[in-house]
Write a protein that binds this ligand. Structure first.
Ligand code: PEP
Ligand code: CO
Length: 444
């Protein structure tokens, strides 16, 4: 079947909202089609070449951000704090772990969520589930939960505005390596991780000063700027189609809503609409793989998405849970290698480790997160494959959503600052702690 940017419409699309007025949706998508792309195809190609490097073990992928961005959090402080913690983690991973780090945010477009049920029930009332701010509102009222196509435009403008600030920060001096100290946040500074980070920041300053002393010019863009890429789950196919453009340089199609897109564990059916859409765009594609996967189907999906076995195209993001990673990862790694597929292996230690706390919050234990990551490294090393990245849900804010870590957050602390509408995120201190742990593994 010939690929068109709308050929996915011939297939079954899971997890799409029940839009009340299809004609209204089409009108909005027409408007989006006429608006400028959010990212440029050339940037997407550059990212793909970096990811190909990571597949060979010459770089490490750090992908992270909110489970779901919210419109109301599209503010300078929230964007800045998320960027800061990712920059801090990247410094730790590249300095202590001795690997270049590819930085990709779950940001500037991570607004759509798959749900386990399309209906939410409270007492006797049933309403459509909240599917992310790009579709409907989180409040449990019939008005808020009605899918509204205008939200697609709202998501576009907020993504553009977020991306604009990210570009300004990363290219305009905020991300300058001379400022590594300044990224440390007050509430972290006093902690063990904060101290460890300060030591590392001092070492970087010394190294920069030394380079200057021996006459190496400090005008390299690598010192003053950072490459930062965006990603989100390619879930809402009407939106993704509207942002898909033919690149004038190469004549190829790119989904210009973000640099990298991933397919969720719930929408990656071989003959489903999501795979059909993604096979035709040239972006790097992530694929989530949970415990319920079928190995044969995974192989056939990879063939369909990457028929020429190009490096950098496919990232397999495994999310088995700490207690199931040993059962599922070794056979998967072995079979993918045996088939000769070029893939980047990344670990999402979040989505297989969710539990309901005694205080009734959806949470994740820091120890389970660490254990899954440690096993990820060990299994890949044993199989001769490359543990090439991590995929995390995190925020730069001081939330209490995941338990454990050096702050020893317990179930009864979760209520102190549980701010997510969706999945629990690592707070800045937990994220930094994790970066140190991963950096020890990276070297090893
Ligand atoms: C997510 O990354 O937020 C998500 C829904 O993941 P998964 O598809 O792995 O469940
Ligand atoms: Co999530």
């Amino acid at each position: 079947m010939e690929w068109l940017k709308n050929s996915w419409r011939q297939k079954k699309a899971e997890q799409q909202p029940d839009w009340p007025e299809p004609a209204f949706l089409q009108r909005v998508c027409g408007e989006l089609e006429a608006l400028p792309p959010l990212v440029f195809a050339g940037e997407i190609r550059t990212l793909k070449s970096y990811l190909a490097q990571a597949q060979e073990g010459n770089a490490f992928l750090l992908q992270g951000g909110d489970c779901a961005e919210e419109f109301k959090n599209c503010t300078a402080p929230t964007i800045r704090e998320t960027l800061k913690v990712i920059l801090q983690m990247a410094v730790v991973l590249s300095f202590s772990g001795e690997k270049p780090v590819i930085k990709i945010g779950r940001i500037a477009g991570q607004y759509a969520k798959p749900r386990s049920s399309s209906i939410e029930k409270k007492s006797a009332i049933e309403l459509p589930s909240y599917r992310g701010d790009i579709v409907n509102g989180a409040d449990f009222t019939p008005e808020a939960r009605l899918p509204d196509p205008n939200r697609l435009k709202e998501a576009y403008w907020r993504s553009a505005s977020t991306l604009n600030l990210l570009r300004a920060f990363t290219k305009g001096g905020f991300a300058d390596l001379h400022r590594v100290h300044a990224w440390n946040q007050d509430f972290i500074q006093k902690s063990t991780e904060g101290h460890r980070y300060e030591e590392l920041a001092k070492a970087i300053e010394k190294a920069l000063a030394f380079l200057k002393v021996i006459g190496i010019q400090d005008d390299h863009p690598e010192i003053h700027e950072v490459d930062f890429y965006t990603s989100h789950e390619a879930l809402l196919l009407n939106y993704e189609e509207a942002l898909t453009r033919k690149d004038t340089i190469t004549g190829n199609w790119y989904d210009c809503s973000a640099h990298m897109l991933w397919i969720g564990d719930r929408t990656r059916q071989l003959d489903g609409a999501h795979i059909e859409f993604l096979r035709g765009v040239r972006n790097p594609i992530g694929m989530k793989i949970g415990p319920k996967h079928d190995l044969d189907e995974i192989k056939r999906i990879i063939e369909r998405l990457n028929p020429n076995n190009e490096g950098g195209r496919i990232t397999l993001i495994t999310r088995f849970g700490a207690d199931q990673v040993d059962r599922h990862l070794p056979p998967l790694a072995r079979e993918i290698t045996r088939s000769g597929f070029k893939v980047l292996w990344s670990c999402d230690p979040m989505h297989g480790n969710t539990y309901l706390s005694s205080s009734n919050y959806k949470s994740r234990k820091f120890t389970s997160i660490i254990n899954e990551i440690l096993r990820f490294f060990e299994v890949h090393r044993a199989e001769g494959t490359v543990p090439g990245g991590v995929h995390l849900e995190l925020t730069g804010l001081d939330v209490t959503e995941c338990t454990g870590g050096a702050q020893q957050i317990e179930d009864h602390h979760l209520e102190n600052n549980y701010a997510t509408n969706c999945d629990p995120r690592l707070n800045a201190q937990q994220a930094l702690e994790l970066a140190f742990l991963i950096s020890d593994k990276l070297k090893g």
